[in-house]
Every structure is written in structure tokens, then in C-alpha cells.
Design a protein around this ligand. Structure first.
Ligand code: 0X9
Ligand code: ZN
Ligand code: ZN
Length: 418
């Protein structure tokens, strides 16, 4: 055997044994949408959350009069049926076979280069970013926003056409399974350098953009290799469980509601604020450019929401009125293109109490004037597994709304540096 062949074989064997567990499958798993009508039902659904055993939530049970999306494994159909009957849960089947959604998502029409008719791995996204910087060296610059537990870089691109522009931070995919977030950010980045639309050109050239399509790289890789439904980071916590929720780990009002101290929970906040290297290093990077940032946008999926701080209280704090006014205009614009409807509010009033998120820290600590978190398409029909043919329409309408946020910010002189 030739030496290089031998090495390849050894590398393969090592790769396979290191990979260990195979990819989780979700054959015949169902998703139910349930409207929580009373406290008893809320308690039942929260008990299911504690149970685990194959159950998981796309949207967690936090309050009465909200909806949750619950993933139910086949071996729990009978049990779940009984629970539904006993507590008169208004459960509506939204996904009949989760694995089918995943399989459809994996189909790439042709082996072409990078684009927006499919989802891409971290490696592919980073390779595309390198290409872009090579192609547009005068306006694009590679930046590193931090690093991950497994030693990956949180890589970004800065778009800058001239000195002295106000900065816009674009935070993507802090939750690993929310793939459309990364796809949207790479699409918008591409638009900024290639579009000839007048409004896009204005925004491209008169702001400095800091794009980070994947701020949870370990988690994102894990959703491609092992479990499509992974949300958190990948550091071991306790004996059994892995990962902290990187959107509960930031050091502002840490653990002030809507976050868990159970390492197995999907909303585990971590042992202490900034205990996770991803949030720690990314927050340091943000601090290093704080004086340039006038806008911070965080992109999640799904639910079609545009929200402002904060998540720990329903109180309407800081420049709530102003930013909500702008949000109303932004979602009105967003709706014009394809009729997609977004709701607005602060995090706590729009969805649920949730503390330790990135935007709360940015607002609370740095007082950045324009801070928003998007929950992109859809409203649950496909949830995190948004069909790839929606990437572009989703991105187009999102960019429409961002342009309004920036325009309104300019009108109100929010982009002036202090
Ligand atoms: O719960 C979250 O972190 C976000 N929803 S998601 O379904 N994508 O997980 C909402 C953003 C909450 N943001 C803050 N708490 N700052
Ligand atoms: Zn999220
Ligand atoms: Zn479909």
C-alpha cells in the first residue's frame, strides 16, 4: 500500500471512530402545536419538558395563553395521547414525520457552488467568506469575533467602503439549529457588495457592517454531523449533558427568569455569566468596537417577530417607544414584498421572559441605540427546517426591513456617535 493511501485509510478509521455516535434520526417523530389555556396545562407541558425521554420543544412552555411546538417521538404516541385527553390539550398536528423534513432539506439540486437554494456547512460558509474577501479586497476584510470550545474561530467579515461610518453588527446562528439565520446573513452580505439597488448601495456604503453568520460554530457543525435539532454549545456540563444556551449566558441580568440551571435543559444558562468561551470572546470583540456600533441585530428563527430589549421584564425601558416605532415601520415594509407578517414588542411581551440574551447585554451595557432581535420565517409549519426555496424571499424581505431601521435611525440622529 502506498504511504498516502495508508494515511488516508488511517485518517478515515480515526474519523469514523472519533465521530462515534451516528446521526440521530427522527423517523415518524411528530410535532404538535398546543395552545396553553390554563395553569394546569402549563404545568403538564413543563413536566414533559423535565422528563426529556425523546420529547423536546421547538418553542418552550413558559406562559398561559401562548403556543408551544412539541416534538413527540413514536414511542410516546400512546402516552402523549392520554395526556392530551386527560388535560384536554388543544393539540394540533403540524409535522407528521420530522425525518422527512430533514431529508427534503438535504436535497441539493445540483453540485454547484455556494448559493441560496440550499443550506451549507460551516466549512462551506467559511470557504465562501474567504472567496468573497479575495474577490472584494478593497471593501471586505476578514475578522475574528471569538472562538469556540472545540477550538473553532467565530469568523466574520467587515464591509467598509469608507472611514468613519457608523457600525452595524449582524449576529447569526447563536442557536445552532436555526439555519436560515446563517443563510440570510450571507445573502445580505452578498447583496451589499453586488446589488445595484439605490437603497442597498446607500446602506452598504454609508455603514460599516460586521457580519458573523455563525456565532455558535461547534453547535452548528453538530447540527450537520449528529443532531439537526441541536440548539446549544458543545461543552460538557455535569455528567450527562452537553452545552449551554449561548443566548442565556450573557452578563446582563443573568438568570433573571426564562433560563434554566439544569445542564440538560435546552435553555441552560451555564454555571455563571460568560462561562462559555463563545459568549465571553464575542462579547470582548463587541466591547472592542463599542464606540463604532450604533446598531446591533441578532437573527434567530422561527416565529416572525421583530423584538427589542429586554427579556427579563415586560417594562418598556430605555428608548422602547422610539425603537418600537421604528420596528412598526420596518415590519410594515417587510410585509410589502410577500405579505409576510411580523409581530413586534420587547422580548418579554412578544414571546416570553428570557434573560441573559445577547441583545440585552448589548443594550444594557453599551447603550447601543438600535438593538433588535429577529425571529425569521416561518410560524411553525416547518419551524427550524425552513425549506431552502424560502431562503431568498426570507432574506429579501428581511433586508427591506433593515434598510428601514437604518433610515429611521438616521432621521432620528441615532447614528451619531456620543
Ligand atoms: O429564546 C431565545 O433565545 C430566542 N428565541 S428562540 O426560539 N430562537 O430560541 C428569543 C430571543 C431572546 N432574546 C433575549 N433573551 N435577549
Ligand atoms: Zn434562537
Ligand atoms: Zn412543506
Amino acid at each position: 500500500m502506498k504511504l498516502n493511501v495508508l494515511f488516508t485509510v488511517i485518517a478515515l478509521v480515526v474519523a469514523i471512530s472519533v465521530a462515534g455516535a451516528e446521526k440521530a434520526r427522527f423517523d415518524n417523530y411528530r410535532v404538535y402545536r398546543i395552545r396553553i389555556e390554563n395553569v394546569k396545562q402549563l404545568e403538564v407541558l413543563q413536566a414533559i419538558e423535565q422528563l426529556g425521554e425523546g420529547y423536546s420543544y421547538w418553542r418552550e412552555p413558559v406562559n398561559v395563553n401562548t403556543e408551544v411546538d412539541l416534538v413527540v417521538p413514536p414511542h410516546k404516541f400512546a402516552e402523549f395521547g392520554e395526556v392530551v385527553e386527560q388535560h384536554e390539550l388543544p393539540a394540533e398536528l403540524t409535522v407528521r414525520n420530522l425525518q422527512e423534513l430533514f431529508d427534503a432539506e438535504q436535497k441539493r439540486t445540483a453540485k454547484q457552488g455556494f448559493g441560496w437554494n440550499a443550506y451549507y456547512t460551516l466549512e462551506e460558509i467559511y470557504a465562501w467568506m474567504d472567496e468573497m474577501v479575495k474577490q472584494y479586497p478593497d471593501v471586505l476584510q476578514s475578522i475574528v469575533g471569538g472562538r469556540s470550545h472545540q477550538g473553532r474561530e467565530i469568523r466574520g467579515i467587515k464591509v467598509s467602503y469608507k472611514a468613519g461610518n457608523p457600525g452595524v453588527f449582524m449576529e447569526g446562528t447563536i442557536h445552532a439549529r436555526e439555519w436560515v439565520s446563517a443563510a440570510t446573513l450571507t445573502w445580505i452580505l452578498n447583496e451589499l457588495v453586488t446589488s445595484s439597488d439605490q437603497n442597498v448601495r446607500y446602506a452598504a456604503e454609508n455603514y460599516d457592517w460586521y457580519f458573523f453568520p455563525v456565532t455558535n460554530p461547534d453547535g452548528y457543525v453538530f447540527t450537520h454531523t449528529s443532531n439537526r435539532m441541536w440548539r446549544k454549545t458543545r461543552r460538557q456540563h455535569g455528567v450527562l449533558c452537553v452545552g449551554a444556551d449561548p443566548n442565556r449566558n450573557w452578563g446582563f441580568n443573568f438568570m433573571q427568569g426564562g433560563a434554566s440551571n439544569n445542564p440538560c435543559s435546552d435553555t441552560f444558562a451555564g454555571p455563571t455569566a460568560f462561562s462559555e468561551i463563545e459568549t465571553q470572546t464575542l462579547s470582548q470583540y463587541i466591547t472592542s468596537i463599542r464606540s463604532k456600533l450604533t446598531t446591533y441585530l441578532s437573527f434567530h428563527s422561527f416565529s416572525q417577530l421583530l423584538m427589542v430589549p429586554y427579556g427579563h421584564t415586560r417594562d418598556r425601558l430605555d428608548n422602547y417607544d422610539e425603537t418600537i416605532d421604528i420596528a412598526a415601520k420596518a415590519v410594515a415594509k417587510l410585509r410589502e414584498r410577500y405579505g409576510t407578517q411580523y409581530r413586534i414588542g420587547n422580548i418579554a411581551e412578544a414571546i416570553y421572559i428570557a434573560s441573559g440574551g445577547s441583545i440585552d447585554w448589548v443594550k444594557g451595557v453599551h447603550r447601543t441605540p438600535l438593538v433588535y432581535v429577529y425571529e425569521l420565517r416561518d410560524t411553525g409549519r416547518h419551524g427550524f427546517v425552513l425549506p431552502a426555496d424560502q431562503i431568498i424571499p426570507n432574506s429579501e424581505e428581511t433586508l427591506d426591513s433593515i434598510l428601514v431601521i437604518l433610515e429611521e435611525g438616521q432621521k432620528r440622529e441615532l447614528h451619531r456617535f456620543q
